[in-house]
Write a protein that binds this ligand. Structure first.
Ligand SMILES: Cc1cc2nc3c(=O)[nH]c(=O)nc-3n(C[C@H](O)[C@H](O)[C@H](O)COP(=O)(O)OP(=O)(O)OC[C@H]3O[C@@H](n4cnc5c(N)ncnc54)[C@H](O)[C@@H]3O)c2cc1C
Length: 413
C-alpha cells in the first residue's frame, strides 16, 4: 500500500510519455481564508478532472485541490487506451459474480466509453481522441477455444465483436496469432491534454483550482470538510476523493493492490508499417502486452507488469523492461522500426475482480470515492464521474453496488 502522506507524483511514475500538456490552468496557489462550496474534489488527475467537468455542468459550485501539478501523477503515465473490455474477461467475471451481473458491468463499461466520446465531441476538447476498434489476441494460456467462449458470452450479453481465426487475422491485420476478437466501441486519447482540457472547461464555469494538500477529512450527515496543510478548511456538501493510487487511510479496501507497469513509444513509423485502424491491440494472457499508435505514427507498447510498488525498484528495472518491450515489439510487428522515442513506467493499481472502487466511503456519509483502477482506469473514471454526480444529487441505483468500496472479496464469498 502506498503511503498517502509521503507518496508524491515522482513516486508514481518515472520517465515521460509522448503526451502534451493542455491549456494553462488558473490555479490560485492557496487559500487565505476558509471557504465553502457544494463539492470539493481532492485530486486533479483525469478522475478529478472528469468529476469537475461533470459536476460544474450540473451547476454545482466546485473546488478542486491538488498538492502538485494537475495531471502529472498516474494520468501522465497512462497509455490511454480507452477500452470497454475489462482486464478480467467476461467469462472470468461471470465465474465471480454470475452472468447477469458480469454482463451488466461489461455493458456499463461499453456505455462509459460511448459517453466519454460524446462528451469530448460536445465540448470539442482537443485531446487527440479517436474512436478505435480493439484486437484481442490469443496468447499464452488463452487459445482459440477460450476466445470462442469469451466471444459467445459477449454475444449473449449483446456486446459487439467478431471472432477471427488465424488465417483471417493474419490476412486482415498481419498478426501471426491463433485467433482474435475484433470489437468496435473503444478509443484512444492523449490523457494529459484530456485532463487539462476538462479542467479548463470546469474552471471556465467557475470551479476553483487550489494548490494545497488535503491533510484531514470530516464528514457528518449534514456536511463535510477538508483541512489543508496551509491551515485553511474547505467546507462542502460533499467531498470527492480522486487521489489515484494514493488512497487516504479512511478508504480501506482489501480488494486493491498496487503493482508496476512499463511502457515505450517508438519514433514515428512509416505509415505502411502500422496495422489497419490503427486498432488498439492487447493480449489475452496474464503476462500480456498491449499497443496503440499516436497521431504522429509512434507505436506505444506496454506491459511487463511486476508485483512491486517500490519506486526505486521500478526505476532500476527500467532499462531491462525497455529492452524486453522492444523485443516483444519486434516479435509482434517484425516490420516496425524498433527505435526508442520514450520509455516510462508507473504505479499501476489493480483490484482482484478488475472493477473500480466508486461510491460512498463507508462510515463517512458525505464522502465519495472515485478510484478507477487497472487498464480501464480512464473508462472507469468517466463512470465514476456520472455515479458521483448522481450520488451528490441524492440518486442511487442498485447497480452502484457492483463497484462499492465495501463489496466483499469474491474469493471469500
Ligand atoms: C503505465 C501505465 C499505463 C496505463 N494505461 C492505461 C490505459 O491504457 N488505459 C486506461 O484507462 N488506464 C491506464 N492506466 C491507468 C490510468 O493511468 C489511471 O487509472 C489514471 O491515470 C488514474 O487517474 P487519477 O486521476 O485517478 O490519478 P492521478 O493521475 O494519480 O491523480 C491523482 C492526483 O491526486 C493528487 N493527490 C493525491 N493525494 C492528495 C492529497 N492528499 N491532497 C491533494 N492532492 C492529492 C496527486 O497529486 C495527483 O495529481 C495506466 C497506468 C499506467 C501507470
Amino acid at each position: 500500500m502506498l503511503d498517502p502522506d509521503s507518496t508524491r507524483q515522482d513516486d508514481l511514475r518515472s520517465g515521460r510519455g509522448p503526451w502534451l500538456a493542455g491549456p494553462p490552468r488558473t490555479t490560485s496557489e492557496g487559500l487565505d481564508r476558509d471557504i465553502r462550496c457544494d463539492v470539493v474534489i481532492v485530486g486533479g488527475g483525469i478522475t478529478g478532472a472528469l468529476a469537475a467537468e461533470h459536476l460544474t455542468a450540473r451547476g454545482l459550485d466546485v473546488v478542486l485541490v491538488d498538492r502538485e501539478r494537475e495531471g502529472f501523477g498516474s494520468t501522465a503515465a497512462s497509455t490511454a487506451m480507452l477500452q470497454w473490455e475489462i482486464d478480467l474477461p467476461l467469462r472470468r467475471l461471470t465465474e465471480l459474480y454470475g452472468f447477469k451481473t458480469a454482463a451488466d458491468v461489461y455493458r456499463r463499461s461499453f456505455k462509459a466509453v460511448e459517453g466519454l466520446r460524446e462528451r469530448i465531441a460536445q465540448l470539442a476538447l482537443g485531446c487527440a481522441f479517436f474512436a478505435r476498434d480493439t484486437v484481442y489476441l490469443a496468447a499464452g494460456e488463452v487459445g482459440p477455444r477460450e476466445l470462442r467462449d469469451e466471444w459467445s458470452l459477449r454475444e449473449k450479453a449483446g456486446l459487439p465483436g467478431t471472432l477471427l481465426d488465424h488465417a483471417t487475422l493474419l490476412g486482415a491485420f498481419g498478426f501471426d496469432r491463433a485467433a482474435a476478437i475484433v470489437s468496435p466501441g473503444s478509443a484512444e486519447a492523449d490523457p494529459l491534454s484530456l485532463c487539462h482540457a476538462l479542467l479548463h472547461v470546469a474552471a471556465g464555469r467557475g470551479a476553483r483550482l487550489i494548490r494545497d494538500e488535503a491533510v484531514a477529512f470530516d464528514s457528518t450527515t449534514a456536511s463535510a470538510a477538508v483541512r489543508l496543510s496551509g491551515g485553511r478548511t474547505i467546507e462542502a456538501g460533499h467531498v470527492v476523493l480522486a487521489t489515484g493510487y494514493v488512497m487516504p487511510d479512511c478508504v480501506d479496501s482489501d480488494l486493491h493492490r498496487v503493482a508496476s507497469s512499463w511502457a515505450i513509444a517508438t519514433l514515428p513509423q512509416a505509415p505502411q508499417v502500422l496495422w489497419p485502424g490503427p486498432a488498439l491491440v492487447w493480449e489475452a494472457s496474464e503476462d500480456y502486452i498491449y499497443c496503440r499508435t499516436t497521431t504522429d505514427g509512434r507505436i506505444v507498447l506496454g506491459g511487463e507488469d511486476e508485483d512491486t510498488d517500490d519506486p526505486d525498484t521500478r526505476q532500476s528495472l527500467g532499462p531491462e523492461k525497455t529492452q524486453a518491450l522492444l523485443g516483444k515489439l519486434r516479435a509482434l510487428l517484425p516490420g516496425a522500426e524498433p527505435t526508442l522515442g520514450h520509455a516510462w513506467s508507473g504505479a499501476f493499481g489493480q483490484t482482484v475482480d478488475g472493477l473500480p472502487l466508486i461510491g460512498r466511503v463507508p462510515g463517512r456519509p458525505r464522502m465519495l470515492a472515485a478510484y478507477g483502477y487497472g487498464g480501464n482506469g480512464i473508462t472507469f473514471s468517466f463512470l465514476a464521474s456520472r455515479m458521483i454526480g448522481a450520488l451528490v444529487a441524492g440518486e442511487d441505483a442498485p447497480w452502484f453496488r457492483h463497484f462499492a468500496i465495501d463489496r466483499p472479496d469474491p474469493a471469500k464469498l
